[in-house]
Write a protein that binds this ligand. Structure first.
Ligand code: FES
Length: 321
């Protein structure tokens, strides 16, 4: 996706307060036709006009992929964030028109798996809700292990348990309940695929444990979109377009490129997909690589930058845009 990619004009038809931190939003197409098809794990990018600031935030689709009458997302309020989640919580109401992107799936199920083992933390549950609906319809084997801080923040736990029964296992941090990961990963049949989505610490823990236990890399899937961090303002020269952009403290380089109408590709906007990778032509300073796409060696070499999440500090940065 990039500037000019076809967006879907939608109307918000439902806003539901799920718990103290999470709201659910339903979008239907303005023209009344069906939404594009998607598979469990896909996300959409929601475009917001936050009082003059254009925000584009990715959210996992959580509705049933077989239901194309609308899309549903859940948004966790982040008081310390750059404002997208606060905008969704405070300003988006039923009847509001919003543009969203066609769905993209960077966290797809591997349908060759004999069994799907899912581990979710907090708001990381949302892609699994769509995936479980898909797997249920296919009569595929799966189980979910879902951890939340406490019962009040365990979004959709009751609904998921009602729908999927003992395939849903619940854990509450304040009650001292912890997933026994080693036992869980040891007891899986051959051909099981492991999926994890949740806080950074949880993803790291699951990936490291799986690796240490010899799980094949291709059988382990994770999704973590990083929020672009706030930082000091910086200026970037764009060699191809002959422009110079200044990136504000609460803006990403990708957003600054878009504001300057420079075509810049993206899919995840969270440092995960590699789509926005851009060549660095000159760097007199330090690139703060915030993505988890470039390898440590590539980051050290400084030849590329991921404009969706990475920043710069120094005298001059020239990139190939
Ligand atoms: S848009 Fe996915 S890594 Fe930047």
């Amino acid at each position: 996706m990039s500037v000019g990619a076809a967006k879907i004009p939608t109307v918000v038809t439902e806003v539901v307060e799920v718990n103290a931190l999470i709201k659910r939003f339903r979008f239907v197409r303005e023209d009344g036709v069906e939404m594009p098809s998607f598979s469990g794990g896909a996300h959409t990018v929601v475009e917001m006009d936050d009082h003059g600031t254009r925000r584009l935030n990715p959210y996992s689709l959580m509705s049933d992929p077989s239901d194309r009458s609308g899309y549903e997302i859940s948004v966790r309020r982040d008081e310390a964030g750059r404002g997208g989640s606060l905008y969704m919580h405070r300003h988006v109401r039923p009847g509001q028109k919003m543009l969203i992107s066609p769905p993209v799936n960077l966290f797809a199920l591997d349908l060759r798996a004999k069994k799907h083992l899912m581990i979710a933390g907090g708001i990381g549950i949302t892609p699994f809700i769509a995936q479980m609906a898909q797997l249920d319809a296919m009569d595929a084997r799966f189980e979910l292990h879902y951890a939340a801080r406490d019962r009040s923040l365990g979004a959709y736990m009751d609904e998921l348990t009602a729908r999927h029964g003992d395939r849903v296992h619940r854990y509450f941090d304040v009650e001292g309940q912890v997933i026994d990961l080693v036992a869980l990963l040891s007891g899986q049949p051959l051909g099981t695929h492991l999926y994890v989505c949740g806080p950074k610490g949880m993803i790291g823990w699951v990936l490291k444990t799986a690796e240490a236990m010899g799980w094949p890399k291709g059988a382990v899937h994770s999704e973590e979109f990083l929020a672009p961090p706030v930082g000091k303002a910086f200026t970037v020269e764009l060699a191809a377009s002959g422009k110079t952009v200044t990136v504000a403290p609460n803006q990403s380089l990708l957003e600054a490129l878009e504001a300057a109408e420079v075509d810049a590709p993206y899919l995840c906007r969270g440092g995960a997909c590699g789509q926005c990778e851009t060549r660095v032509l000159r760097c007199d300073g330090h690139i703060q690589h915030n993505d988890h796409w470039l390898t440590p060696e590539q980051k050290a070499a400084g030849g590329h930058i991921m404009p969706c999440v990475s920043r710069f500090e120094g005298a001059a940065l020239v990139i190939d845009r």
